[in-house]
Write a protein that binds this ligand. Structure first.
Ligand SMILES: [Zn+2]
Length: 203
């Protein structure tokens, strides 16, 4: 009986001595793997993104779980995560507001019909959409100059869409790409925004 107890004690002692260092080693290894991206780099990106996109909040925490010992790889993975978040956030397309009658012109109705060729009054329409949409991309709220505006047609011109104001909205180049690309495609890789964020990695 006494021998049995001693045996159990010795066995327990051995288990603790052997298992504990292994546990410490594993915990240390996991901690290293969980290394969060360098704060300075993340801060730079956050400042850039907040300035450009006043309403959309990127999730840096999600991206912070990146597991890489290599600083540059971790930075690239963070950029990829941000570009994917931008490409994936949902946006509901709905019929747009019209323009007050007193701003319209005589040939407006006739020129609004579906036509693969842009109507002769296109620059005027484009500018009015820009003003109506408060000079910001309707998806990401990035502020846009007139020459940066992409006009998106709710119903494609090829599918019978028209040039009426209700069928058009203002987007930035990134959002225009996102909405024009079929879902399930890795559109984030083709975004100008992705290239701009990658420039932070290189510098
Ligand atoms: Zn946009």
């Amino acid at each position: 009986m006494q021998l049995g107890l001693a045996y159990i004690l010795i066995a327990s002692f051995l288990i603790i001595v052997l298992i504990f260092p292994l546990y410490v080693y594993k915990a240390k290894k996991t901690k290293n793997k969980k290394r969060i991206i360098d704060i300075q780099f993340a801060k730079q990106l956050r400042t850039f993104l907040r300035k450009r996109y006043p309403t959309y909040r990127f999730k840096f925490l999600k991206a912070g779980r990146i597991k890489s010992q290599n600083k540059q790889i971790a930075q690239v993975l963070l950029v990829e995560s941000l570009a994917k978040q931008f490409a994936n956030f949902s946006f509901e397309l709905r019929t747009q507001k019209t323009i007050e009658n007193n701003k319209l012109w005589e040939s407006y109705q006739n020129n609004s019909v579906s036509n693969t060729k842009l109507p002769s009054d296109w620059p005027r329409r484009r500018e009015l959409v820009w003003q109506r949409d408060e000079k910001v991309c309707q998806r990401c709220k990035r502020s846009l100059k007139l020459d940066e505006v992409q006009i998106f047609f709710l119903r494609n011109i090829e599918d019978g869409g028209t040039y009426y104001f209700e069928n058009m909205l203002e987007l930035c180049i990134d959002c225009s790409k996102i909405l024009s690309t079929p879902q399930g495609t890795s559109v984030w890789q083709t975004l100008p925004l992705y290239d701009e964020l990658m420039d932070f990695v290189k510098n």
